[in-house]
Design a protein around this ligand. Structure first.
Ligand SMILES: *Cc1c(COP(=O)(O)O)cnc(C)c1O
Length: 455
C-alpha cells in the first residue's frame, strides 16, 4: 500500500519542526500596536512584564520568521506529537463528494486539545524566569487542563479561574485539573475585586472568558512572583500553535497534496492561527491562493458581526488594548456548548488578515454544528469537541458544494480537540433540547458601548 492510500499520515518524531513560525514576519501590514491603557500610547514589551514572563512578552513583539523551540519543550512535545493528519475517507464516502477531506487532529493528549502546545512553552519561560505561581482562566476547561498538565510537569503552582457555567456543565474538567495539582476557582468569584464588582452588578452572572481573565490577571498582578498566562488570542500563542500548520504542511507534502480550502473554528483564533501559518505565508508571498475560513458560533460572532476597534482583552479592563474584531469586552454571549468559542474578541493577527481580505469568516448555529459533529463521530470514530465541530460543519458544507460543482478540491480542517468531556452537550443534542441563538442588533449595540474611547 502506498502512503497515498493511507488514512493516517504520520510524521516520524525526527521530522517534528524544530522552530515555530511567526506569521508577523511575513504580513505586509502588521496589526496596529497594542496600547497601554494608562497612556493610550503604543505598548512596549516592558509594559507586559508585570503580567507575562519577559521572554513571552518579547515573543509578543517578535518579527523574525522562525524561533527555535527549546529542547526542554520539544522533549514534552514529542510525548504527543507529531499529531496525525487523517484523511476522512468514510466521511467523503458518506457525502459522495469528489473532494478530499483531511483533518489535523490535536486531541491526542490529556488536555484533549491543541492547548497543550502553548501551555508547555508558557510554563517553561515562566519557570526559567523564576516565577513562583501562575494564574489563568479557562472557559470550556481545555486550557486549564493543558496548563495544569504543563505546570505540574515543571513544578509551578497554578490557580485556574474557571467560567462558572462551564464548571457546572463540565465537573470532570475540574477533577482533572485538581489531579494535576491546580487550584480551581469558579468565576466570577469574590476572591478578586473584579469578580466582586461583577457579582454586585449581577449576582446570577454565569461568567465568561472576559470575566475570568479579569480575575486571573488581577490575581497575578497583586500576588508577588506571580504571572498570568493566556491560552489564545495573543501573538505568542499563535506562534506556539504554528507547530500544527508546519506539521500539516509536511504531512500533506508526503502525499503530494496542497489544500485548496483550509478551515478552522475560531474562538480567540489560536488553533486556526496555528494551522494556517505556512499556508498563509505562501498566500501572502503569492505562491498559492488557498481559501482560508474561520468558523465562529452565531451566538458569538466577533469576525462576522463585530467591530474592528481597540478593545481590552478582558472585561475588567486591566490588560493592554488590542486592535481586533470585537463584540465589546462587556459582551457576554449566551451559554452555548462550545465554551471555548465564547470570547468577545479575536486574535489581532487573524483580525488583521480578515480585515485585509486574506481570511474569510462564516458563522454557524449550534444545532447544525452538532448534526455535523455526530455525523463525523459515526463515520470517523472520533467524538469531536463542540468547538472543533464548527470546523467540521463548514468542511462538510464545502465538500457538498464540491459535489454540486464536481470539483475535486482538497480540504484541510483543524480538529482542535475531542469532546469526551462534552457529554452534557451531546446528551442535550440527543434529547433534541439544543436551541439556536444569535444576538439581536440591539444586544450587539449594547456590547459595543463597552468599547473604550481612545484619544
Ligand atoms: C479553546 C479551544 C478552541 C478555541 O480557541 P482558539 O484559540 O480559537 O483555537 C477551539 N477548539 C478547542 C478544542 C479548544 O479547546
Amino acid at each position: 500500500m502506498s502512503i497515498k492510500d493511507a488514512n493516517r499520515i504520520n510524521l516520524p518524531e525526527s521530522e517534528m519542526p524544530k522552530q515555530w513560525y511567526n506569521i508577523l514576519a511575513d504580513m505586509k501590514e502588521r496589526p496596529d500596536p497594542y496600547l497601554n491603557p494608562a497612556t493610550n500610547q503604543p505598548a512596549k514589551p516592558e509594559d507586559f512584564f508585570p503580567i507575562f514572563a519577559e521572554e513571552l512578552a518579547r515573543q509578543e513583539f517578535a518579527t523574525e520568521p522562525f524561533i527555535d523551540i527549546p529542547e526542554e519543550i520539544a522533549e514534552i512535545y514529542r510525548m504527543y506529537r507529531p499529531s496525525p493528519l487523517i484523511r476522512a475517507r468514510q466521511l467523503e464516502k458518506l457525502l459522495d463528494t469528489p473532494a478530499k477531506i483531511y483533518f489535523k487532529y490535536e486531541g491526542n493528549n490529556t488536555s484533549g486539545s491543541h492547548k497543550l502546545n502553548s501551555a508547555v512553552p508558557q510554563v517553561y519561560y515562566n519557570k526559567k524566569q523564576g516565577i513562583k505561581n501562575l494564574t489563568t482562566e479557562t472557559g470550556a476547561g481545555q486550557w486549564g487542563t493543558a496548563l495544569a498538565v504543563a505546570a505540574n510537569f515543571f513544578g509551578v503552582p497554578l490557580t485556574v479561574f474557571m467560567v462558572k457555567i462551564s464548571a457546572e456543565q463540565k465537573p470532570y474538567r475540574k477533577a482533572i485539573m485538581e489531579t494535576f495539582n491546580a487550584k480551581v476557582i469558579k468565576s466570577p468569584s469574590t476572591t478578586t475585586h473584579a469578580g466582586t464588582i461583577i457579582l454586585e452588578a449581577d449576582p446570577t452572572c454565569t461568567g465568561s472568558l472576559g470575566t475570568a481573565i479579569s480575575e486571573a490577571v488581577e490575581a497575578a498582578v497583586t500576588t508577588p512572583d506571580t504571572r498570568y498566562v493566556l491560552g489564545s488570542v495573543l501573538n505568542q500563542v499563535l506562534l506556539h500553535q504554528s507547530i500544527i500548520g508546519l506539521e500539516a504542511q509536511k504531512q500533506l507534502e508526503l502525499v503530494d497534496e496542497y489544500p485548496d480550502i483550509i478551515i478552522g473554528c475560531a474562538g480567540g483564533g489560536s488553533n486556526l492561527g496555528g494551522l494556517l501559518g505556512p499556508f498563509m505565508r505562501d498566500k501572502i508571498q503569492g505562491k498559492t491562493n488557498p481559501r482560508i475560513i474561520a468558523v465562529e458560533p452565531a451566538a458569538c460572532p466577533s469576525l462576522t458581526r463585530g467591530k474592528y476597534a481597540y478593545d481590552f482583552c478582558d472585561q475588567g479592563k486591566i490588560t493592554p488594548m488590542a486592535k481586533m474584531y470585537t463584540l465589546g469586552c462587556g459582551f457576554i454571549p449566551s451559554s452555548i456548548h462550545a465554551g471555548g468559542l465564547r470570547y468577545h474578541g479575536m486574535s489581532p493577527i487573524l483580525s488583521k488578515l480578515y480585515h485585509d481580505g486574506l481570511l474569510e469568516a462564516t458563522s454557524v448555529f449550534q444545532t447544525a454544528v452538532f448534526d455535523a459533529a455526530v455525523t463525523f463521530a459515526k463515520h470517523e470514530t472520533i467524538l469531536p469537541a463542540p468547538e472543533s465541530a464548527h470546523a467540521i460543519r463548514t468542511a462538510i458544507d464545502e465538500a457538498l458544494k464540491c459535489k454540486e460543482s464536481g470539483e475535486a478540491k482538497t480540504i484541510l480542517f483543524g480538529l482542535s480537540g475531542h469532546g469526551n468531556f462534552d457529554l452534557a452537550a451531546y446528551t442535550e443534542y440527543n434529547e433534541k433540547k439544543l436551541t439556536d441563538y444569535a444576538p439581536s442588533d440591539e444586544e450587539l449595540e449594547a456590547g459595543f458601548k463597552s468599547l473604550p474611547v481612545i484619544g
